[in-house]
Design a protein around this ligand. Structure first.
Ligand SMILES: Cc1ncc(COP(=O)(O)O)c(C=O)c1O
Length: 434
């Protein structure tokens, strides 16, 4: 059997001798072959063996405009000639926060940090300080970063989830402080009646309800019609803040994220990934009096790299490109993605492979399942993971780079030709599935 990835495998072995696991995030070790890349442009990546891929990973989301976008390259290059970091104020910080204020309905004010995990941490702290309550209600299967105070009931096994009416609150890692669970209540997503009961049972304890408004980290599942509005009303009625974690949906589902797309405005939103266009940047946006607690309400916040000038330059260029022509770039990414979703459904149906393709154009996931639709995390527990592994391996052989959970991100750089070529290759992949 020909191995297309001899150099990547060699590099992995070498890297393992000095770099823990040979990769910079254990999530990346889950790929069928952890590839080493040497270049990329637009929607294409090239690995160290010289294989070219049509890429649907987008570096796990940030590369919304594709690789080496000229405007981002130019902005970063210009900034790289200047100090890379000041640890103090500079013009790009407020230029970018003004762009976010213009684009994100909830953003009366914004604060920047470097990763989505940090953004969620400060969002939870602000909510607790504002309400004087300790508990965050989160949903099963939703991801808000890897910190002790956030990694709760992210991927509990079928044996650990507990009753649907009262899901268990489960830590996600060995070494995580066990009492992290005491600050959380977990609910199943997309079930408004169950949520209302859980909120009622925890009356006056819950500071905030946090969710991915589209459940991207567990299969790109959409909210039921009216669900987000109902959650908003429930929060209003109970003095609970609503936090949308828009680290994936922000600047992707629409220019203004899920809050604009679904017309439900949270009190706080976190964002990351796409906002930096590939440079490390994240942030929190929301109501003025909530964010101002960092300055007049005793809420601590910091970060050596907050407002890093190269990240800000990249973000400024990214947001300008996304905002151009009434948001044409994202409209294109989403249209390309929808075309791909439809094409994949048609191929699978022709080959009699039962699948569900869920999500929106620019982010969606393929589920190998007998189910006809998915409403929450528990529905994904029946996915055939063995078949997904075979699919991913064959897709990689065909030059298609897809996330290890079957998720696919589509960028503004994907062309109709990329989509056509991808579907032709997927036809071969599906034919080869046992
Ligand atoms: C919805 C969501 N929130 C938070 C995070 C954490 O972001 P980061 O990996 O930048 O820390 C992620 C990362 O995938 C995410 O998808």
């Amino acid at each position: 059997m020909i191995d297309n990835w001899t150099k990547s495998r060699e590099y992995l072995e070498r890297a393992k001798r000095s770099l823990a696991g040979g990769v910079s995030s254990p999530f990346r070790a889950k790929a069928p072959v952890p590839l080493y890349f040497r270049n990329g442009c637009g929607a294409r990546l090239e690995d160290v063996d010289g294989n070219e891929y049509i890429d649907y990973v987008l570096a796990w989301g940030p590369m919304i405009l594709g690789y080496r976008h000229p405007a981002i390259l130019e902005a970063m290059r210009r900034q790289a000639e200047l100090p890379a970091d000041y640890g103090a104020q500079h013009e790009l910080e407020f230029l970018v926060s003004e762009q976010i204020q213009k684009l994100m309905p909830c953003a009366e004010l914004t604060a920047f940090t470097s990763s989505g995990s940090e953004a969620c941490q400060i969002a939870f702290r602000l909510a607790r300080a504002f309400t004087g309550r300790d508990v965050i209600l989160k949903f099963e299967g939703h991801y808000h970063g890897w910190m002790d105070g956030a990694l709760i009931s992210y991927k509990p096994t079928a044996g650990h989830v507990g009753a649907l009416e009262h899901p268990n609150c489960v830590t996600g890692s060995r070494g995580q402080t066990r009492n992290s669970v005491e600050n959380f209540v977990v609910a199943p997503w997309n079930h408004i009646d169950l949520l209302a009961r859980i909120v009622d049972a925890n009356r006056n304890r819950i500071a905030a309800v946090v969710m991915e408004p589209v459940l991207c980290n567990s299969g790109c599942i959409l909210p039921h019609a009216g669900y987000l509005e109902q959650v908003r009303e429930l929060c209003n009625a109970s003095g609970i803040l609503l936090i949308f974690d828009e680290v994936i949906t922000g600047f992707r589902l629409s220019l203004s994220g899920a809050q604009q797309f679904y017309h439900v405005i949270p009190d706080i939103a976190t964002f990351g990934k796409a906002v930096g266009g590939g440079a490390p940047l994240s942030g929190v946006a929301g109501r003025r009096e909530i964010l101002m607690q960092m300055f007049d309400g005793g809420v601590a916040f910091g970060g050596s790299f907050n407002g890093n000038s190269v990240s800000m330059a990249s973000s400024h260029a990214t947001l300008m490109e996304l905002d151009r022509n009434g948001g044409a770039a994202l409209a294109h990414a989403n249209a390309m993605g929808r075309q791909l979703m439809d094409g994949i459904r048609q191929i699978a149906s022709r080959k009699n492979v039962p699948i569900v393709v869920s999500g929106f154009g620019a982010a969606f996931a393929i589920h190998f399942t007998e189910k006809t639709g998915l409403a929450d995390y528990r529905d994904t527990l029946e996915d055939n993971s063995g078949r997904l592994q075979q699919f991913l391996y064959r897709a990689l052989e065909q030059g298609l780079h897809i996330l290890p959970d079957g998720r696919m991100y589509v960028s503004a750089a994907h062309t109709p030709r990329d989509i056509e070529e991808t579907l032709a290759r997927l036809d071969t992949v599906f034919s080869g599935l046992p």
